[in-house]
Design a protein around this ligand. Structure first.
Ligand SMILES: [Zn+2]
Length: 365
């Protein structure tokens, strides 16, 4: 089987004790920033350095303990205590909180490529020159999360058994952590749970597959609790469900993420034999094909170094189900019919992936 996948990878192998990144506005020469701290492949760049490059200004307010950025839409605020970006009176969730490291407030590549690009109204080019180098000072490394990722989520072979032994599904957010909130008041945490429960039902009914849901109600989970369900011995697939919001009202469609080390680095993959692709990527690809067949708009598959994906080789895909900021997509996502269509497509993709993976495992034994 041949796969047609377009991957935009900005990763280059490069060994160095220091971390550096290149940042540029489209059409301009990149500016190299070498005051970069990196942890688990996530670069932290001082917000002031980045603002210089993208032509915005901002300052630290020591009374409110926030960093304020002047934008065309008014003041935008971030804070090391908050995982939200505040613009005027609206709050947008961030993948990672800004952090004070070595005396400067720092933001991640995700903030720069998403929120900051939208605030500046321009697309930003970002290249991490040392993706494999962790250089965060010793004392900064010993957080609970770091300990948590000391264990790996590994793929286990299961010759002779069912095509899928068990599936773990993590509906993102819950409780006070609402995730994205749509203008209608509809919350990401509700959508994630509804889709997770429907998908769990399909897999149980049609394949008899046991499902581990990280939550089955509206409550908050720690990262440890989320990982627990995925770390069970018989889990063959882990899916994380989320939804997005964008400042650009026209952004819409489903986006899928896999771990950065699971995509083929450095090249744009157009035609590759499936042996060289990771299981996460094969699974993501089947999900994309099934959703597109069903008429659902899919943006693509991207590498993500988010901690939420964990580490290891367990086939893992984070699915951003759509944009709650897109008026029409929001209406769709709130309706049971569209949710069912999405769930049916996800089910088909999972089943196809599982069958192929099973044939390969059994063939090798
Ligand atoms: Zn989310």
């Amino acid at each position: 089987m041949r796969l047609f996948i377009l991957l935009f990878c900005l990763f280059l192998p490069f060994n160095s004790a220091t971390a550096a990144v290149d940042i540029a506005l489209r059409g301009k020469d990149p500016v190299r920033i070498e005051d970069v701290y990196q942890q688990r492949g996530i670069p932290y760049v001082a917000i002031e350095d980045v603002l210089d490059v993208v032509g915005l200004t901002g300052h630290w307010n020591s009374i409110s303990h926030t960093f304020r950025i002047r934008t065309k839409r008014g003041w935008a605020e971030i804070s090391p205590a908050s995982s939200f970006l505040k613009v005027s009176d609206e709050y947008y969730p961030l993948e990672e909180k800004p952090r004070f490291i070595d005396g400067r407030l720092r933001v991640t590549d995700n903030f720069i490529l998403n929120q900051l690009a939208q605030l500046s109204g321009q697309s930003i080019y970002f290249r991490n020159l040392d993706p494999g180098t962790d250089n965060l000072p010793e004392k900064e490394q010993t957080t609970g999360l770091e300990k948590l990722f000391a264990f790996l989520l590994n793929k286990k072979a299961s010759p002779g058994g069912p095509i899928l032994r068990a599936v773990a599904i993590d509906p993102g957010h819950g409780g006070l952590d609402t995730g994205v909130i749509a203008p209608s008041g509809y919350k990401e945490k509700e959508l994630n749970l509804e889709v997770a429960q429907k998908l769990a039902k399909q897999l149980k009914m049609k394949l008899g597959t046991p499902i581990y849901l990280s939550r089955d109600g509206d409550y908050e989970l720690t990262m440890e609790q989320r990982l627990q369900s995925a770390n069970k011995d018989d889990v063959d697939i882990w899916l994380l469900l989320h939804a997005q919001a964008s400042f650009s009202p026209e952004d819409s469609g489903v986006t899928l993420f896999v771990r950065p080390e699971e995509v083929v680095p450095n090249i744009i993959v157009e035609e590759v034999a499936d042996e060289v692709l990771s299981d996460s990527l094969l699974l993501a690809n089947e999900l994309v094909l099934a959703m597109r067949e069903s008429g659902i708009k899919v943006r693509g598959i991207y590498p993500s170094s988010r901690l939420s994906l964990g580490r290891g080789t367990l086939p893992t895909v984070e699915i951003e189900l759509g944009y709650l900021s897109h008026a029409e997509e929001l209406l769709n996502l709130q309706t049971p019919e569209y949710q069912d269509q999405m769930v049916q497509a996800l089910y088909s993709g999972i089943r196809r992936y599982a069958k192929q993976s099973k044939e390969k495992t059994d063939g090798n034994n």
